[in-house]
Design a protein around this ligand. Structure first.
Ligand code: NAI
Ligand code: SF4
Length: 441
């Protein structure tokens, strides 16, 4: 691992506060950027190859260059901090421990995009993090890094922190914009993309917290150096939140040439499987990406080590691969029951579906019902094919990606662990069904 780009000062005591952040080089890159032209900043971001860190991996520079600039119409940057993907907590970590890194990234990005009012839409459950951000904004304003005529540059910026109401769907960018406008968080049809018609119909860039924070090291080392740090189209570094049956859960900044095996088993990262158990499976990119069994997780189809990057994790498509997604890395040991976990995920997606499209609204309900009966020992062998049919009818037939996100875990669980489903149906007294489940309503 080379020098960390995002977390390099994470161990400095008090780095959360403006004074310490500033004394450790904080806002120097904002000062540098404010002396650059907006085109120069955009060029650095494009050259860096930075891809959206929320899950989709869309090239950030390209998204920024799509931003419409009609005369006299305000533009906005909206930071998506509605981090709700099960297994994902890396944005919380950044905002909680180095809030000024995000604010500095917002300042540089907003200046580049021409936004004078930018927003951080943060999930409601992160109430204490919202307070940390508000304190950091007040500190930055006091020091002249936000507000009117920032550091004499003539550029003005206000940052507004908006708390969500606890709905997962508001992390979908258009639902987020609806919610920010004070409406129910129903996703909009795309196109038009927010870059053309976003908040209150104005051109808007919506980017994830980590994406915007990464703009700071891009300005620091230059887009070219950032791009060279990666592997192929996976450039820079990535924050991974690791959880599940591992010895050292936490947030790690990784290089994209790190092998999955080293990430799970080395002391520097996850420290191996907890309690001396064996690795069974993994969901490497938050609950919306396909689960893969250990054998497919560790090697690609040609037998080489699978790496922690966009291309390597998805090699083989959904037959043998998965996705980097948001970097919410969930590890399952040999004792974990795939049917049980698939059921809990199905309950989650059924509860979080906004209900606008029939395939998602009805399909998530049916998947939950079928999985529940298999889990509770009342399943039939034909339920497995029925479940497969239901998930297929959702995928690709909905307004937003929540439908796909609900279908993919079910498809992958059947594809790779069909024998476990059959075992549950043949063994209705399975002990796992006695576990209590939280009531999602
Ligand atoms: P997407 O692929 O539809 O879009 C990616 C981004 O590119 C969007 O901002 C979109 O506006 C922009 N874009 C794409 N084509 C464009 C064009 N022609 N012109 C202008 N802009 C364009 O994916 P989406 O819906 O943004 O994200 C889905 C991902 O979110 C999933 O892969 C999932 O992993 C992740 N996710 C993350 C969560 C988290 O808590 N971090 C929660 C739920 C899902
Ligand atoms: Fe709502 Fe589901 Fe349709 Fe997304 S896919 S708009 S969550 S019903």
């Amino acid at each position: 691992m080379g020098q960390k780009l995002l977390l390099k000062n994470i161990d400095v005591p008090g780095i959360r506060y403006f004074k310490t952040y500033f004394e450790n080089g904080g806002y120097a890159n904002a000062a540098k950027a404010l002396k650059m032209t907006t085109d120069e900043i955009l060029e650095e971001v494009k050259t860096s190859g930075l891809r959206g860190r929320g899950g989709a991996g869309f090239p950030t520079g390209m998204k920024w260059s799509f931003l419409a600039k009609p005369e006299g119409v305000p533009r906005h940057l909206v930071v998506n901090a509605d981090e709700s993907e099960p297994g994902t907590f890396k944005d919380r970590f950044l905002m909680e421990y180095i809030p000024h890194l995000l604010l500095e990234g917002i300042l540089i990005s907003s200046y580049c995009l021409g936004s004078n009012t930018s927003f951080i839409y943060i999930r409601g459950e992160y109430a204490w993090v919202a307070e940390i951000l508000e304190e950091a904004i007040a500190e930055a304003k006091e020091a002249g890094w936000l507000g009117q005529n920032i550091q004499g540059s003539g550029y003005d910026l206000e940052i507004v922190v908006q708390r969500g109401g606890g709905a997962y769907i508001c992390g979908e960018e258009t639902a987020l914009l609806e919610s920010l406008e004070g409406k129910r968080g129903n996703p909009r049809l795309k196109p038009p993309f927010p870059a053309v018609k976003g908040l209150w119909g104005r051109p808007t860039v919506v980017n994830n917290v980590e994406t915007i924070a990464a703009v700071v090291p891009i300005i620091e080392i230059g887009g070219q150096a950032y791009a060279e740090r990666g592997v192929g189209r996976s450039t820079g570094t990535k924050l991974i939140s690791a959880c599940g049956n591992i010895n050292k859960p936490g947030v790690y900044e990784i290089d994209f040439d790190l092998s999955v095996e080293e990430f799970i088993f080395s002391e520097e990262y996850c420290g191996g499987i907890a309690n001396g158990k064996r690795l069974k499976a993994c969901i490497p990119g938050g609950s919306s990406v396909p689960i893969v069994p250990a054998t497919l997780l560790l090697t690609t189809s040609d037998g080489s080590p699978r790496l922690m990057n966009y291309e390597s994790l998805s090699e083989g498509g959904f037959q043998t691969g998965t996705m980097l997604g948001s970097g919410g890395f969930i590890v399952l040991d040999e004792d974990q029951d795939i049917v049980y976990h698939t059921y809990t995920l199905a309950r989650f997606y059924r509860h979080e579906s906004c209900g606008q499209c029939s395939p998602c609204r009805e399909g998530t309900g049916w998947m939950e019902k079928i999985l529940k009966r298999i889990h509770e020992g009342n399943g039939k062998m034909s339920d497995i094919d029925l479940l497969w049919d239901v998930q297929r009818k959702i995928e690709g037939n909905t307004i937003c990606p929540l439908g796909d996100a609900a279908a993919w875990p079910v498809a992958a669980a059947i594809r790779h662990f069909r024998d476990e489903f059959e075992w549950h149906i043949d063994n209705p007294e399975c002990l796992v069904r006695n576990y209590g489940l939280a009531d999602y309503g």
